[in-house]
Design a protein around this ligand. Structure first.
Ligand SMILES: O=C(O)C(=O)C[C@]1(C(=O)O)C=C[C@@H](O)C=C1
Length: 283
């Protein structure tokens, strides 16, 4: 079943890829200063959910998902109900939107992710989605991320209209539904710090990958030299093949730029292989 966990900043590996917001569109103005804890007849209110609310939360989730342009849930409704019932409200916060005291929507938040924001189809356009999102922004002033299915155009538009930014797209191979999705972020009160901390995380991965790749270039070179290979240093055909494969993964850069990047990596790896043993190159 889907689960969520927290990380210092949003990253693909730590989100529940099944949490998909519904297309909540706000016709009423959002009310950022509103912090109601008690229901007022005829009006909407927000309050944190308790475990006693989880059955209602599950029904909102099922109804909202059903009506949204989202793929069907992989799990049958009773499994979804049982899963929602396991949510640990000491590890995530669930905010409820209420109308006349009855739950009409909810937002599930971890320290760095908005794992889900769903509003009953009958309450969409009532401002409940905006009120929930404003509450999440107040609670997470340093920013947060979320995943939304690419096909869920109304939800993406809703988030864009509320200042969230689309950052990454996937082919869906990592989510349960196998549907392309999009990572969106709200960069919080200090966007530069938010984006930089995300860059730091990616750079860490990049550094690990560079270390692994450099070690492999060294190992291939040693093998080629030891076996008197016909083409011991550069192999243009092989490099062109590498560039094609990498470029297919980064269409935004295009083959020419990728060729320059891959060329620099190989040149510097070959240089490192010649000038030191690097310790981890293996036999
Ligand atoms: O595949 C090889 O033959 C290598 O030597 C490895 C490698 C690389 O690092 O990918 C390095 C140099 C060659 O020009 C092609 C590729």
């Amino acid at each position: 079943m889907p689960s969520s966990s927290a990380s210092s900043t949003p990253s693909r590996a730590t989100t529940s890829s099944t949490s998909r917001p519904t297309p909540t569109t706000s016709r009423l103005p959002s009310r950022p200063s509103e912090r109601l804890t008690d229901a007022v007849p005829g009006q909407q209110a927000l309050r944190p959910a308790t475990s006693a609310d989880l059955p209602s939360v599950a029904e909102i989730y099922l109804a909202a998902r059903d009506a949204a342009p989202m793929p069907p849930t992989v799990h049958p409704p009773d499994e979804v109900r049982a899963w929602v019932n396991t949510w640990d409200l000491t590890r995530c916060t669930v905010w409820l939107a209420l109308e006349d005291g009855a739950p009409i929507g909810f937002a599930q938040v971890t320290p760095t992710w908005l794992d889900g924001l769903y509003v009953l189809p009958s309450a969409q356009g009532s401002g409940a989605g905006s009120a929930l999102l404003d509450q999440v922004k107040r609670e997470r002033p340093d920013g947060f991320g979320l995943w939304v299915f690419e096909m869920n155009a109304p939800a993406r538009e809703f988030y864009r209209a509320h200042g969230l930014v689309e950052l990454e797209r996937t082919d869906g191979s990592a989510n349960e539904e196998r549907e392309p999705d999009v990572k969106m972020v709200w960069p919080g009160s200090d966007p530069l710090a938010f984006y930089r901390s995300m860059i730091d995380e990616v750079d860490e991965l990049l550094g690990d990958l560079l270390a692994r790749r450099t070690a492999l270039t060294r190992a291939v070179q040693r093998h080629k030299h030891a076996s008197a290979h016909a083409n011991p240093d550069r192999d243009a055909h092989r490099e062109a093949d590498v560039v094609r494969r990498v470029a297919a993964l980064v269409p935004e850069l295009g083959e020419e730029r990728v060729a320059r990047i891959v060329g620099a990596i190989i040149t510097e790896s070959l240089d490192a292989a010649r000038t030191s043993d690097g310790g981890a190159g293996g036999p």
